[in-house]
Structures are given as structure tokens and as C-alpha cells.
Design a binder for this molecule. Structure first.
Ligand SMILES: [Ca+2]
Length: 289
């Protein structure tokens, strides 16, 4: 009898699935595709054609050169007016997102020389030559809260005007956005009997590794690994002693996926934070009077 009921429910089933969403954050954040046509960065420089450099192409400008890899973005570098930019379209997800990059100002010319980070044309960070980070002799990490922008595509742009007197050198080299995963996928399967209250919902959520915090100087970043979680919710209508009841059973995190944060270098993974979340079950019965 039960089987038959279940089959009938399955026949009257609606199945709905959302396609895996690919969250496109900052592509090529370290500028390693350089000035190749495949670079996601639109590049402009009034003196040099592009702000992107390697040491072989540009020297080190009295500074570090690239922070990671071979390429970095060098804004300024000319004693005459230099207007330069690097931009791309990013897709922000709901919730907290932080733009994070590394910045060095090796030579400060006029204090009117500046570099900005813009999101959707709005300046979210601005630095004028001669500020607190000038001449430090190394990169500083800049983090900018983008949560006010909400979800959706935005243009991310680094934009600089310099050369008001002597050359100013602004360096940018990048890192991914924190708190965002490359891949987030949800699959929800729902079975519902339309004649009586009988719903079964299976929810699979996959979130790929994402950066939770930057590593201290010289150390790798700390990643969170949410992985795959599976939830199941059953709602069943019952009639008991002439009263309509709703029974609800929930099983969350069925496979007991634990919480993991780690640092990884050269294939060695060190867990920074690791604990079991476990599987939770709940059951309830409700009725209306
Ligand atoms: Ca780089």
C-alpha cells in the first residue's frame, strides 16, 4: 500500500533543478596572461599601450616588480601625462564579498598622481602619491568591502592618472576575491503528490574551495572547503481522529560533511581549522485549530 502510494506520488511528481551557477570572480588576478589577446583584462596606457609588465619588458621601477608570477600592473612610469587602466567584468554573488589586491608605490611624484579601483564606475579605493604607503619598499594588501553592490555583473577597473611632474610608479598585483567560490551548484529534487500533502525534497549543494583569509607574509592563503552537502526534507499530511496534521521530518547534512579550513603549498595541505558538523535530524507535527 505504501509502495503504491509512493509510486503514485512519484508519477504526479514535478522535478525541478537549477543549473549549476558559475561565479566568475576576478579572472587572471595576477595578470599572468600579460598582454596576450586571451587576457580577460582590457588594457590601456597613453604612453605604453598597456600597464602590464614583466621585469624583462620594464625593469623593476625601483620596487619589487611582480608580487606573484612574472607579470604585474605598473601604472604611471612616465614623466609626462600617463593615463592607464586595466578592467574586466566580474560577477558578484550575494553576500559578503571583498576585493583584495596588493599595492606598492615605489616612486611618488606629484601628490595629484593617483590610482583608483572602481566597481561599476564607482570609486571604491583611491590612493594619491605620497600617502602612507609610498616608499615602503614592498607590497601592501588592500581589501575593499563590495557587499553593498549586491549580486550581479560589474565592471572592475584599476584607473590611474600620473605624470603631473616626475614619474610616479604604482604597482598592482592581484589575488582572488575572498569569500567567493569558483563554483557553486545547487540541485533540488522535489517530489510532490498534488492530491494530498506529501512532499519530499532532496537538496544537494556543492561549493568549491574559497579563500577565507589571507595568509600572513610568505604563507599561503587560508581556504575553506565547503564541499558537498545533502539535505532531505519530508512533509506529510495526516488525518488523525478527524484532525488534519502536518508531519515534517528534516535530515540536514546527511553525509556529515565537516568544516575544513586549510593552507596548502606544493601539494601539502595543513588543516588550520577542522571540526565535525555532523548530521542533524528534526521532526515536528503541527496542526491548525
Ligand atoms: Ca603577477
Amino acid at each position: 500500500m505504501n509502495k503504491f502510494t509512493l509510486l503514485a506520488a512519484a508519477l504526479a511528481t514535478s522535478v525541478f533543478a537549477s543549473a549549476p551557477a558559475h561565479a566568475n570572480i576576478v579572472a587572471d588576478p595576477s595578470f599572468e596572461l600579460g598582454d596576450a589577446g586571451s587576457s580577460p583584462w582590457a588594457q590601456a596606457s597613453s604612453n605604453f599601450g598597456t600597464p602590464l609588465c614583466t621585469v624583462a619588458l620594464c625593469g623593476t621601477g625601483n620596487g619589487t616588480g611582480p608580487r606573484t608570477g612574472d607579470w604585474w600592473a605598473w601604472f604611471g612610469g612616465a614623466a609626462n601625462l600617463e593615463t592607464s587602466s586595466a578592467s574586466q567584468t566580474i560577477t558578484l554573488l550575494d553576500g559578503a564579498s571583498t576585493l583584495s589586491f596588493w599595492f606598492e608605490n615605489t616612486i611618488a611624484g606629484s601628490t595629484q598622481d593617483f590610482i583608483e579601483a572602481r566597481v561599476g564606475g564607482t570609486t571604491v579605493w583611491r590612493y594619491n602619491a605620497g600617502g602612507a604607503l609610498s616608499g615602503l619598499g614592498g607590497y601592501s594588501q588592500i581589501t575593499v568591502d563590495l557587499s553593498s553592490f549586491g549580486a550581479g555583473p560589474q565592471q572592475l577597473e584599476f584607473f590611474s592618472v600620473s605624470g603631473n611632474s616626475v614619474a610616479t610608479n604604482f604597482f598592482i598585483d592581484g589575488a582572488p576575491l575572498t569569500g567567493q567560490s569558483d563554483n557553486v551548484a545547487n540541485l533540488q529534487l522535489g517530489f510532490e503528490n498534488i492530491d494530498s500533502l506529501s512532499q519530499q525534497t532532496l537538496l544537494l549543494t556543492y561549493v568549491s574551495d574559497r579563500v577565507t583569509s589571507r595568509g600572513a607574509a610568505g604563507l599561503p592563503d587560508i581556504f575553506e572547503s565547503p564541499g558537498l552537502t545533502v539535505d532531505f526534507v519530508l512533509r506529510q499530511g495526516l488525518n488523525l481522529f478527524g484532525r488534519d496534521l502536518e508531519m515534517k521530518l528534516e535530515a540536514r547534512n546527511i553525509f556529515g560533511r565537516g568544516y575544513r579550513e586549510f593552507q596548502e603549498r606544493g601539494g601539502n595541505r595543513v588543516f588550520y581549522n577542522r571540526y565535525d558538523i555532523g548530521t542533524s535530524f528534526s521532526a515536528s507535527v503541527s496542526t491548525s485549530f
